[in-house]
Structures are given as structure tokens and as C-alpha cells.
Write a protein that binds this ligand. Structure first.
Ligand SMILES: Nc1nc2c(c(=O)[nH]1)N[C@H]1C(S)=C(S)[C@@H](COP(=O)(O)O)O[C@H]1N2
Ligand SMILES: [Mo]
Length: 355
């Protein structure tokens, strides 16, 4: 196999979709070479010398910036989770369409870039602006109907309130190095606290709009039905919901009887912070607190451990983890309605064999 794929689980070759092998989790920052890759279309080839980022639409002063100019603007570095809204999809019963992600369509990276608000302020937004649209330079015909006949760019929007927040960055570095082609070189948006579809890669255009954006990846894909004023409307997927995931043991792992086994994982809660992770080793009947390794903070994940004295007798056992966040929300035990094939955030059982 191609060396490029050595550190990943390959989900799809065309376009390239790669999963982080979550059972290898051992650092707060996910190394770039094993970070998951989610592409809808072939990766575009971009000549950084002729590349420009355009800021246009309902603004006083449309302008464009080169890569060199962007790198000279005031920057910030912060760590944040990127999680695909389809992460954990393989666990849905019955099976659904879409990439069959296990636990690894998620990672935590350190992102460096220019706050989006710096560029918006320079352009001078219309007082009637409601949505900011971000367009990638990749193009294709989407996989799922109803789909447009001609190729479209990957594009997504943010409401003004989130777009103006200080954590939203026009990113050119990931884990201290220039972005790789797969993660959006030369420049991508990163929207900490929101599912991955918001963080548009290979960014080429930012359009300030006085209308709510209804594009394919906004209202057809990565959206769900929700009742509003008595009738269902399409609502775009936005914030990451809370979750604790078990890296070890992995599903169907053989665990030795009567030993100390360190259960290990990560937990994250989008725009809030994790306050508690609990573990059950009896299929959800009783719960005990795991130890958080380091300080929890919004946007980033926190690693956790639980020291498990495994049963004396051989047999089967179901391990679970459950997160609680700073707003008091707890990860649900069952999958809620209206989620389609996205936001799989309920507690996932990890069956293991004691031997
Ligand atoms: N231009 C563009 N941006 C994109 C995508 C894409 O296909 N094209 N995929 C989105 C989705 S669904 C996710 S989950 C994240 C994944 O980012 P990563 O590949 O760097 O992990 O990128 C988002 N940005
Ligand atoms: Mo995604």
C-alpha cells in the first residue's frame, strides 16, 4: 500500500477518505499524518503563487489577499477538535448510507491563523449581512440526490454571530506546520466547536450575504428536519455535541482476567467543556468516575483514564463511557430522533472478552 496511507484506515480512495485509528490514541494533539481526512471531491491542486483569497458580497470594500499577506497579519494559535458529523456511523443499526466511519473521524489539532473578524472588519460588512459563505476550490457533483447537474464547489456558511467570534480562524498552519494538501493547503477555515463540515478547506472566496444561504452542503446535506412554528424546516448541522470515546479496549478486544487494565479515551463537548467522564463495566448498570488527564477547556478534547480491575472469571463484558459538560448536559444512552445519518452521540457499548 501507498506509504501515504500507512497511518490511516482507508475508507475510500476516490475521493480520498481516511480515518484516524482511534485505538492508537496517546496524545492530546493528533499527529497530522494520522489525522482523518474527509473529502467530497478530488483534492484540488493549488499554485500558491497565483492563489488569492477574495472577500466580497455585501461589503463596502471588496478585496483579496495573497498567501504572503495573510501570513503577515496578526495570528492566533489554539487547539480544537475537528469531528465529522458522520463519525461513529458504522454503529447505526440498521446500516445507513454514507462513509462507514468507526471512532476515528475525529482529531484534536493545534491551528494557527488569522481571526476571520479581522478580514470582515477590513471589508466593512453591510448592516443587513446575515450569513457569511465560504467557498472551497474543490469541485464535483455530490453523491446524494437531490443533486445539481453540474459540478459545484464545496461551500458552507456561518451565521454572523458565530463568524464574528474570536475562535474562528482563517488557518494556514496545523500542528505548527503549513497545512498539507489533504487538510486544505494553502488556507482553510476552522470553526472550533462546530462539526467539521463548517471548516471549509482550500478556501478561495468569502462572500458576505444579506440572505440566508441555501447551498447543497447547507440545506440538503449536513442538515436535518426540525419542527418550527408547526411545520418541518431544514436546519443546518452546527455545534458539536458532547461525547466520551473509548480508545482502549477496542471492540472485541481480549482482555486478561484478574488484572489491572487501563481504560483510555478522549472526551469533548464542542463550545462547552467536559466536567466529568464516567465508566461502566457492567453494561450501564453502575458508573464510576474516570480521571481527566489535564484541564478541560472549550473546543479542545481532554484525555482520560480509568483503572479497571478486570473480572476473575472468563466471559463477556460491556464497557461504556459517558460524558457530562459544563452546562450540565449528559451524553444520552439512546439515539434521539430526527438525526438522520449524522450526530451519532449516544453512548456506544464496547463488548470485550475476558480470558
Ligand atoms: N473544500 C472542502 N472543505 C471541506 C470538506 C470538503 O470536502 N471540501 N469536507 C468537510 C468535512 S465534512 C469535514 S468533516 C472536514 C474534515 O477536515 P479534514 O479532512 O482536515 O479532517 O473538512 C470539511 N471541509
Ligand atoms: Mo464531515
Amino acid at each position: 500500500m501507498d506509504k501515504k496511507f500507512a497511518a490511516h484506515i482507508v475508507r475510500e480512495f476516490e475521493p480520498v477518505n481516511l480515518e484516524f485509528p482511534f485505538s492508537t490514541l496517546d496524545s492530546v494533539i493528533t499527529p497530522t499524518d494520522s489525522f482523518y481526512v474527509r473529502n467530497h471531491f478530488p483534492e484540488p491542486k493549488i499554485d500558491v503563487n497565483s492563489w488569492r483569497l477574495k472577500i466580497e458580497g455585501a461589503v463596502e470594500q471588496p478585496f483579496e489577499v495573497s498567501y504572503a499577506e495573510l501570513l503577515s497579519l496578526p495570528s492566533q494559535t489554539a487547539s480544537a477538535v475537528m469531528e465529522c458529523a458522520g463519525n461513529n456511523r458504522v454503529f447505526l443499526v440498521p446500516r445507513v448510507e454514507g462513509a462507514q466511519w468507526e471512532l476515528g473521524a475525529v482529531g484534536n489539532a493545534e491551528w494557527t491563523g488569522v481571526p476571520l473578524s479581522v478580514l470582515l472588519d477590513r471589508a466593512g460588512m453591510s448592516p443587513h449581512a446575515v450569513d457569511i459563505i465560504f467557498e472551497g476550490s474543490d469541485k464535483g457533483v455530490p453523491a446524494q440526490p437531490p443533486k445539481p447537474e453540474d459540478p459545484i464547489h464545496f461551500a458552507r456558511s456561518l451565521p454572523l454571530a458565530k463568524a464574528r467570534r474570536p475562535e474562528v480562524l482563517i488557518v494556514y498552519k496545523m500542528n505548527g506546520e503549513p497545512l498539507t494538501a489533504s487538510h486544505g493547503f494553502p488556507v482553510r477555515l476552522v470553526v472550533p466547536g462546530w462539526y467539521g463540515m463548517a471548516s471549509v478547506k482550500w478556501l478561495q472566496r468569502i462572500i458576505v450575504s444579506e440572505f440566508s444561504y441555501d447551498g447543497y452542503f447547507q440545506k440538503i446535506d449536513y442538515a436535518f428536519w426540525k419542527e418550527r412554528d408547526g411545520s418541518p424546516v431544514r436546519v443546518p448541522i452546527s455545534e458539536i455535541e458532547l461525547k466520551a470515546q473509548i480508545a482502549r479496549p477496542s471492540i472485541r478486544e481480549i482482555v486478561p482476567a484478574k488484572t489491572n487494565y487501563l481504560i483510555h479515551g478522549a472526551a469533548w463537548a464542542g463550545e462547552r467543556e467536559i466536567v466529568k467522564v464516567e465508566i461502566s463495566v457492567d453494561g450501564g448498570q453502575s458508573w464510576q468516575d474516570a480521571t481527566l488527564l489535564g484541564d478541560a477547556a472549550p473546543y479542545s478534547w481532554v484525555l482520560w483514564n480509568f483503572d479497571w480491575l478486570t473480572p476473575e472469571a472468563a466471559g463477556h463484558c460491556v464497557v461504556m463511557s459517558r460524558a457530562t459538560d459544563s452546562s450540565g448536559r449528559q451524553q444520552p444512552m439512546e439515539r434521539g430522533p430526527g438525526r438522520d445519518t449524522y450526530r451519532i452521540t449516544h453512548v456506544l457499548p464496547v463488548p470485550v472478552e475476558i480470558r
